[in-house]
Design a protein around this ligand. Structure first.
Ligand code: 5GP
Ligand code: ZN
Length: 118
């Protein structure tokens, strides 16, 4: 893997160095249950490579970026919310309260949600 941050919790999960409740993995991304779910379905989708935020994505990451979105559908189907609906959330940067500096999409579902989310 070309980008690995030894201090990053999600890099360690991606590499299998610490455990997670993994539900999907391919050559580009992994998906696992959030440690502190905010809804009946709360899955995190991450790139295997360390990219700290959406703001750091470059043109060379287009496959990874696409894989994150395509994996959302796979995860939604596995979790039984493809038909009922779900939300994808990327917290990006300080104002959005991003707490883990490795890109992750929150896939949230299993309940009717409110909008706006603040
Ligand atoms: P953020 O606030 O950065 O958008 O979301 C980070 C998410 O990662 C939080 O929902 C938090 O519960 C989750 N999280 C933090 N550390 C771990 C961990 O070690 N394992 C898992 N499965 N989730 C984690
Ligand atoms: Zn990382």
């Amino acid at each position: 893997m070309s980008r690995y941050d030894p201090d990053c919790i999600f890099c360690k999960i991606a590499a299998g160095h610490i455990p997670a409740n993994l539900i999907y993995k391919n050559d580009h991304v992994a998906a696992f249950h959030d440690l502190n779910p905010v809804a009946p379905v709360h899955i995190l989708i991450i790139p295997l490579e360390h990219i700290s935020s959406l703001s750091e994505l470059t043109d060379s990451d287009s496959e990874i970026a696409g894989q994150i979105l395509l994996t959302a559908r796979v995860v939604a189907e596995k979790m039984g919310v493809l038909g009922s609906g779900y939300r994808l959330v990327f917290n990006n940067g300080a104002d959005a309260l991003q707490s883990v500096g490795h890109i992750h999409a929150h896939l949230i579902g299993g309940k009717t949600m409110g909008w706006p989310p603040f």
